[in-house]
Ligand binder design. Structure first.
Ligand SMILES: Cc1cc2nc3c(=O)[nH]c(=O)nc-3n(C[C@H](O)[C@H](O)[C@H](O)COP(=O)(O)O)c2cc1C
Length: 165
């Protein structure tokens, strides 16, 4: 008997979510944030088109959790200043036909161009080079990381709230 899953087989995750097939789009940073880092309408078009194409899961590109720590200038940011309606429109478009849309929340550490931030919170103070920033010295890092984790949690809560609409 052939027990291998087929690409069109649905998959039930331990959390109960049912994924309609085995096709997943990996995260690809879109840089489709507007000047306030809210999703531009193009994100709706893009994710609706991918969903209509038959994907099981769309993982979004980077959604930044801290507007003072962007990975790229036109990233979207999900925080207390965000236009949650714009995020809802994006996620609704991404769910067309039963596709799942998974938000990738991101803090870039030192993978951040040095023209955006010179010394971001990062795992070490060693620069990556190639125009990327140098992290903060280790003794400055711990409380800064606590803030990053709290911010990540808050962004996760915003993400969860908009999912229930
Ligand atoms: C244009 C582009 C943008 C990407 N943006 C992200 C991103 O926002 N977040 C992330 O974790 N990975 C990002 N990646 C990495 C991809 O999700 C993927 O892991 C990587 O391309 C390896 O898969 P592949 O060998 O099929 O290309 C990006 C890749 C590309 C090509």
């Amino acid at each position: 008997m052939n027990t291998h899953a087929k690409i069109n087989d649905s998959l039930t995750l331990p959390c109960g979510a049912i994924i309609r097939n085995r096709l997943m789009k990996s995260a690809m940073s879109e840089q489709l944030g507007d000047k306030n880092h809210n999703p531009k309408p193009g994100l709706e078009t893009l994710y609706r088109t991918w969903a209509e194409g038959g994907l099981g899961i769309s993982v979004t590109g980077n959604i930044m959790i801290d507007r003072s720590a962007l990975g790229e200038p036109a990233n979207v940011v999900l925080d207390e200043q965000s236009d949650l309606e714009a995020f809802r429109r994006w996620s609704t478009a991404g769910k067309t036909g039963g596709c799942a849309i998974w938000a990738q929340l991101n803090h870039p550490g030192k993978q951040i161009p040095n023209f955006l931030v010179k010394t971001p919170v990062a795992p070490s103070a060693i620069a990556l080079g190639g125009g990327l920033a140098k992290g903060k010295a280790p003794n400055e890092k711990l409380s800064a990381w606590k803030t990053v984790f709290e911010t990540l949690l808050a962004s996760g809560v915003y993400s969860f709230k908009q999912r229930r609409v």
